[in-house]
Design a protein around this ligand. Structure first.
Ligand code: FES
Length: 173
């Protein structure tokens, strides 16, 4: 109580002004941080640094009959600039008698048309320019310049995981 009386009113003004200035700068700093933090997160923690897994689960392999190719559809995540997009794609999957699996990319290696396994089982036929591929992806006839592209594959607990699509490099003789 004696201290209050000891400070003259004109001496209290600078103290009050300093408190108000401190509060204003504090609020400004808090607002600046609140607005700037999302920008910092956007810049330094972009989707590129949160790369999606290379492997996509494409279902169980128990129901796939050996040496009878089936087309399997699956969704995989892809980084497109700042966005991570989920896109539907397919693979032609061949299960071998020893339970290993080969998965081919869905596009013909000539001009990219979608091909299919023939009902007669004579191979993968592309309807655009009639390229024919064997069950192991090799070119049997037609203008396709190289075998079918293959996905990386792995099997875990009876489930097929599909990885990166590897372009084939072998050329026709
Ligand atoms: S695109 Fe398949 S044969 Fe031409």
């Amino acid at each position: 109580m004696d201290d209050e009386r000891a400070v003259a009113p004109e001496e209290r003004k600078p103290l009050r002004r300093n408190l108000l200035l401190g509060a204003m700068f504090g609020m400004g700093a808090a607002i600046g941080t609140a607005l700037g933090l999302p920008a910092v997160i956007y810049l330094f923690f972009s989707p590129k640094s949160r790369k999606p897994s290379e492997w996509t689960e494409a279902g169980g392999i128990a129901a796939i009959p050996p040496n009878a190719p089936v087309e399997i559809a699956f969704h995989r995540k892809r980084v497109d600039g700042w966005k991570v997009v989920s896109e539907k794609t397919t693979a032609w999957v061949v299960k071998h008698p020893d339970n290993t699996v080969t998965a081919f990319g869905p596009q013909c290696t000539h001009l990219g048309c979608a091909y299919h396994w023939t009902e007669a089982g004579s191979g993968f036929l592309c309807p655009c320019h009639t390229s024919l591929f064997s069950i192991d992806g090799k070119v049997l006839s037609g203008p396709a310049p190289r075998p079918l592209d293959r996905y990386d594959t792995k099997i875990e607990a009876g489930k097929l995981f599909i990885g990166r699509l590897r372009p084939s490099v072998e050329t026709r003789a």
